[in-house]
Design a binder for this molecule. Structure first.
Ligand code: E4P
Ligand code: PEP
Ligand code: MN
Length: 499
């Protein structure tokens, strides 16, 4: 339930962290008025469908994959990039579905993931001190374009629209069909063994689909392709939801609209109006960052009022009691599927924090989905000065996370990753994170480092992670024989020396 005493502008009475100072306030108001008049990007029905699917994740009936760029850029909004990103999300989820035998709810960090919270306000470029890059919807990556420009908010709206339109097009035109899993990414995977492992899944899937057809199951409308009149779900044949960090509250407010709750959610007597709720129509799912989740701050105030399912990033600075108070504020009605806690402590720190967070939430009775973000607590600067993350450290946090959940009688409901299917002009993957089965070294980082903010896993490294998680869940299934190793090191040991 959203709060009765809440309106989309309530946050303006509170202090916002990570604020952007625009030199021309009238210009900002004009742009925001324009955005308010533009159509929504997503609909209440889609948002409610995601809430429902997340309630399944919360009840252990599905797994959540939240993944995509750290920061999307306007320049990377091309057919090739978007297709590669969607392809990677689909194939990653297929690997999980195959191993875990659980439906996967897919939420992309896509179609609006432009704003970045930063650790510093300024940076040194040569001998100049300039404002730090805050994301394409605030200022330019080029050091000469660092003054915040409100027009970028409008540009972000249109780039989000173009991205989403292409995703919707892809997914209603067979690209998202389980009948074509080879179309999603295989050509870009250069590792023979990863390719072979993926082939096993896609062939197994083709067989399974064939078999169900042969025995007369699934011959109804749901088994038909979209072109032959088959059904479609959110955005097309496969559900794929959009998300971004709800950082720029001016923009989020402008995209917040009041709508009746769709009829299928509330039953009402004929002639009585449906209750209305505030939906953020810029994305299906929004999250509040680790740097902006202050209990009494503007972001929490904004987030408590929207009907969308929300994520909350949690790092080592979160106190267990504060977490429970925060949950009371953003989910007083204790709705299932509303809150996803995305933990990101770092491989070294997870042992000191996660268990106490889980226990406090368990004691409070709040329904939450626990998701592991093994990226944001594990960033380091390489010897060549590039921001990077080590594949082994990422897996180490993920492994500890699985172990701690199991020790606490809890369950990891999903993962949140920064990855990309983006390729350079010759078709090679980016080189931003170290290690993985391709054993990317420090010297190779500079080859194709394309990220505007944090380092992302590339195609091959993402497949490595997908297979590790998938195998982990496969080994946990009843009837798959004894678990090969203690759950604490199942993932890590699979890496065999490839740290
Ligand atoms: O994506 C997350 C943050 O924006 C990012 O990690 C901050 O990076 P910084 O420490 O370089 O500002
Ligand atoms: C800013 C991010 O994360 P965090 O708030 O956890 O640092 C992010 O997910 O890109
Ligand atoms: Mn990031």
């Amino acid at each position: 339930m959203d709060a009765e005493d809440w309106i989309p502008t309530s946050w303006r009475m509170k202090k916002a962290a990570q604020t952007v100072e625009y030199p021309d306030q009238d210009h900002l108001s004009n742009v925001l008025n324009k955005i308010k008049s533009l159509p929504p990007l997503v609909t209440p029905s889609e948002i409610e469908r995601l809430r429902h699917q997340l309630s399944l994740v919360q009840r252990n009936e599905a797994f959540l994959l939240h993944a995509g760029d750290c920061a999307e850029s306007f320049e990377a909004c091309t057919q090739q990039n978007i297709s590669a990103k969607v392809g990677l999300i689909l194939s990653f989820s297929l690997i999980l579905i195959w191993g875990a035998r659980l439906p996967v709810v897919r939420i992309g960090r896509i179609a609006g993931q432009y704003a970045k919270p930063r650790s510093s306000v300024t940076e040194k470029v040569g001998d100049r001190e300039v404002m730090i890059f805050r994301g394409d919807n605030v200022n330019g990556f080029n050091p000469d374009e660092r003054t915040p420009d409100p027009e970028r908010l409008l540009s972000a709206y249109f780039h989000s629209t173009a991205t989403l339109n292409h995703i919707r097009g892809l997914l209603t035109s067979g690209f998202g069909s389980l009948h074509h899993p080879r179309d999603w990414s295989l050509s870009h995977v250069r590792s023979k063994s990863l390719k072979a492992e993926y082939e096993v899944i896609s062939e197994g899937l083709a067989d399974a689909l064939d078999f169900t057809k042969t025995i007369g199951l699934g011959s109804g409308r749901e088994a038909q392709s979209y072109e032959r009149g088959g059904g479609r779900s959110v955005l097309g044949e496969a559900d794929l939801y959009t998300s971004h960090e709800g950082l720029l509250l001016d923009y989020e407010e402008a995209m917040t609209r009041k709508y009746p709750i769709p009829d299928s959610i509330v039953s009402r007597e004929l002639g009585t109006p449906a209750p209305e709720k505030y939906y953020n129509t810029s994305a299906h799912f929004l999250w509040v960052g680790d740097r902006t989740r202050q209990l009494n701050g503007a972001h929490v105030e904004y987030f408590r009022g929207i009907r969308n399912p929300i994520g909350i990033k949690i790092g080592p600075s979160m106190a267990a009691e504060e977490l429970v108070t925060l949950l009371d504020v953003v989910n007083p009605g204790r709705d299932s599927g509303r809150i996803t806690l995305i933990t990101r402590y770092g491989a070294e720190k997870i042992d000191s924090h996660l268990a106490s967070h889980i226990k406090a939430v368990q004691a409070s009775g709040h329904p939450v989905i626990w998701v592991c973000d093994p990226m944001h607590g594990n960033t380091l600067i390489s010897s060549t000065g590039l921001k990077t993350r080590h594949f082994g450290t990422i897996i180490s946090e993920l492994t500890s996370c699985l172990r701690i959940h199991s020790e606490c009688g809890s369950r990891l409901g999903g993962v949140s990753l920064e990855f990309t299917g983006e390729l350079n002009e010759e078709g090679y993957s980016v080189t931003e994170c170290l290690g993985g089965s391709m054993e990317l070294s420090e010297e190779q980082l500079g080859l194709r480092y394309q990220s505007f903010c944090d380092p992302r896993l590339n195609f091959e490294q993402s497949f490595d992670v997908a297979f590790l998680i998938s195998n982990h869940f496969k080994n946990q299934q009843p009837g798959t024989g004894t678990r090969r190793k203690g759950s604490e090191d199942v993932l890590y040991s699979e890496l065999g020396g490839k740290r």
